[in-house]
Write a protein that binds this ligand. Sequence first.
Ligand SMILES: [Ca+2]
Length: 531
Amino acid sequence: MKPSILLCGAFWIMVTSPVPAQPGHPEEFQKRPNIILIVADDHARQAVSAYDSTLIRTPSIDRIAEEGLLFSNAFVTNAICGPSRAVMLTGKYSHKNGLRDNRDRFDGDQPTFPKFLQETGYQTMVIGKWHLRSLPQGFDYWSILPGQGEYYNPRFIRLGDTVRLTGYVTDLITDVAIEALRARDSSKPFCLLYHHKAPHRNWMPNIPQLELFNDRTFVPPENFFDTYATRSRAAAEQEMEIGQHLFDGFDLKLPIEYVRQSGRDTAIVPGWDAVGAWAATLRSLTDHQRQAWERAYGPENMAFVQNPPEGRELALWKYQRYLKDYLRCVVSLDENVGRLLAFLDSEGLSRNTLVVYTSDQGFFLGEHGWFDKRFMYEESLGIPLMVRYPVGIEAGSKSDALVLNLDLAPTILQLAGVPIPEDVQGKSLVPLFQAEPGVPWRSSIYYHYYEYPHGWHAVKKHNGVRTDRYKLIHFYDDIDAWELYDLQTDPHEMINLYEDPGHQEVVGQLKRELQKLRTQLGDEEEESETK
Ligand SMILES: [Ca+2]
């Protein structure tokens, strides 16, 4: 065990915090903090105004950063849903926690941070998205969405019993979370995993947001019509283009009769009944909900059906519909985060509660022409990450350290005063809570994506390394291709420099770094899988 992690969190805060102790409240420095881990699903940094206010304002989420610490270089180790959640729970890479892709089932018998907290006196709860196939372990209370969950009138599995609630999923997850906090055992610190479905596909907004942005036309990213020149065929061979791979019904909400007649949706993902899924979703709405939807989408849908755009115009039409629905879901998410923060204020809990906001990965909002995630490119690799902990973090702090979702478990354990097990691969972020220069930190991150050829969107297996300036990616399996990007001169990753004579030294350094990380982290399986 490393010496630094023997320090209990509360003690560490007492000895190193530059935040002065509040007169009359010395006891709060002795307390174990409450913990709330907010995880959105597929929430891109481009849609969090603390990072970028071009598309949208997210005042409640931003509040966490304004009153705490914003990480500008936070990433995932494997940009896909279930695997990222498993990484957060265990502090271990996918090859160690066993959940490499969404097909795998999480082995709930393994150690997780909620289990350690529960064993050491925390009241532990998980509410909302879970998506790990096995049921939660290590929680005193849980109420989770089955699988991907539903936006309207969703089912929850509450301590093993399935119940269906009427309403909108983001509101309901918040209602259940606040209810659970009200009913908590206040003699114990609590740890709440507050996990949203939004803004995951199929981006169904809540009724109050259905017509939001109707008067706006969003400007697509400059590389929306990317031709994938200079890159390996991995980029060109994906199946996640807004222009081609969104379902007309399930994703774009075009009328079901039109979708049935065109027959296009049935060919996009063979074996998945996209039309049936959309019809079932519409049937699950109440009369009131269906009428609101008809009012909101009806006129624009009618105009589309009467005169369908083609070619580039069609791709741009899809981009507007996709992005607006995505952002509408984010607005509701932001409002509900605001509700939870207001509840903490009203209960006097804000000061001694660590609040973390993040997403299970980033997302493409039209960059390279795409939706979805998976690639090691910046938009899906990067995540929003901000932490608020007034006892130990000065408001308005910022960090550009290379941090990972892998680091959340050890961070939470340290703050809770629980020794971090030696086999945890993440690093506690607590040393970064104080804006002191010279904190020893990692200079590169390691990434590995596995879901190919099974699974959706045809993104090839790849691993890679990213430093503060460069990124080297190796696509393997039915391909053997390398890509190198200079993020300083090419932040949108359009120019693959792998073959560039001027970059061979960098290539060599990064290959050595990649090999070093794979050895250190015990991830040597790639060769045996390469065909
Ligand atoms: Ca996700």
